[in-house]
Design a protein. Sequence first.
Length: 313
Amino acid sequence: MPARSATASASAVRRGRTAEPELYDFRRPLTLPRDHARHLEMAFERFGRQFGNQLTSRLRTLTHLTLDGLALSTYDEYVNLLPTPTAMVLCTISQTRQTAMLQLPVAATMVWIDYLFGGDGRGDDREGRELTEIELTLVRDLLQHSLSDLEYAFAGLAPLGITVRGVQYNPQFVQAAGASDAVVVASFTLRVGEREDALTLMLPADIMLATLRAADGPVARSEDERRAAALAHADLERAVQDVPVEVSVRFRPVVIHPRDVVHLVVGDVLPLSHPSTEPLDVVVDGVVLAQAAAGSHGSRLACRVVTVEENPS
């Protein structure tokens, strides 16, 4: 009897969890598999060591770039977390013409410039300060040499020939990628002498993950892992078959002007562009999946599917 009560209590707890489900876009998964994350971390750590060595030799002061974390997010989420103002060094990836971005405080670049001119690294901490043309030329040249080590660090993962393009200061005005595009963001701590600054490096996720996904295969998994993956795939397929979806049958859309919409009144007639001899569209989530002829089934309206369309998207 106590065991039965405990089971009933556990069931009640499970029924009481009414958290809202979150939409998940399978075309843009924003989670990194453990193996992929480890490969990327090793590449970014190699880059950090080379970057620190480059700055040490150019600034003539001890410099370290340490990886703090790695995340996969959308570009919009990444930009919204950046401070304003900040130095965003925009770079072009030679192989794909996509944009990569190195972000760091403007004051950190002022310290570099002070060291380049033989100073003691005091820099310039004035708020809102931007780089002059001469300072920008020095920083661009310094970063061009340092970021070239990305190609070496990621040699086994993706081609990353980087060319520094320029610097921007307001994240909200920079559209380096689509708002919903997936990006890999590496967070670093940069130590130059006694100074520490937070630095981030953003790279397009597609070129980062394509090689890693291609490397995944039967050889990379054990027999137990392949069996578990097959069971998970079967469970997911069964669950998807039971997900309710809304199906609509519609006429071909008609295009009218806004002035016509705002002046609509009861009794107005909108001519449709759909020929009376053509079937209607069967639509799921905005995608036309089939065409059907209108009719009736008993006392209800119905439609008979006459063609099915294969949509590759």
